[in-house]
Design a protein around this ligand. Structure first.
Ligand code: SF4
Length: 234
């Protein structure tokens, strides 16, 4: 099933307007093409038409980024402010910013240098359990896949940081998060080899993070990311 995630975009790529197809490499064309993708996401009704609840999308990011951070889906605050990993006043800041600060990236610095995007672009609503947000279904991941594929091709990052299992498996197929966190991977993604560093999902309800043994893996992942950052000069 997760291999399906990795290839989720292929079946519907041709459904996007021709203006989105990347057949040139000038800076202006790439910026225009990315703006076209953002407009398509803003008006997208695919999941609603398929019967899923989705809130507002997050549509943000500059095309010229050597680092792309791929998350699972926007939070309510992220969708409200159209700002990935945003948070409501008075609520705790998402832990991802503390992790990136350990790597040496302050939040403002990272937002300025990286392209932040989720696997599924729209806020998925609360989980039925009432604990945290709903994990997008495989169908929604497939419906949204062409957008992420286009973003990857247009932004063309050297380094991809995935946040959570869904984002990691969307890009590399079936893996165990346990085995991957702490490593720097090299994978064929959107037409060329790229470095990928997986991080766990920072949600406070993440069972993975609550395992003491996994805290050591998180520390190793941040050390790995520090080293990759220096190696790539990003
Ligand atoms: S999650 Fe993606 S496919 Fe679904 S409605 Fe939002 S933009 Fe469209």
């Amino acid at each position: 099933m997760l291999d399906e995630l990795q290839n989720a975009g292929q079946a519907t790529l041709d459904a996007l307007p021709q203006s989105s197809i990347i057949n040139h490499h000038s800076f202006l064309d790439r910026a225009d093409a990315l703006a076209a993708i953002h407009r398509q996401i803003s008006g997208c009704r695919r999941c609603a038409e398929a019967g899923f609840f989705v809130g507002a999308p997050v549509v943000a990011g500059q095309w010229a980024a050597r680092v792309m951070l791929v998350g699972q889906a926007p939070s309510e605050a992220g969708a409200q402010y159209n700002r990935p990993f945003a948070w409501h006043a008075g609520r705790p800041r998402p832990r991802i910013w503390d992790w990136l600060a350990e790597v040496g990236w302050a939040e403002d610095e990272f937002r300025a240098l990286a392209y932040l995007t989720p696997v599924t672009k729209c806020y998925p609503g609360r989980a039925a359990s009432g604990s945290g947000d709903r994990r997008p279904s495989l169908t929604e991941v497939k419906l949204c896949a062409p957008y992420l594929d286009r973003e990857l091709a247009l932004v063309d990052p050297d380094l991809i940081i995935t946040v959570g299992t869904l984002a990691l498996e969307r890009l590399v197929g079936r893996v165990r998060l346990d085995d991957m966190v702490g490593q720097a991977l090299t994978a064929d993604i959107a037409g060329r080899r790229r470095t990928l560093v997986p991080l766990p999902h920072p949600s406070g309800v993440s069972r993975w993070l609550n395992e003491p043994a996994n805290q050591a893996k998180l520390r190793q992942a941040l050390q790995t990311l520090r080293e990759v950052r220096v190696e790539l000069g990003v």
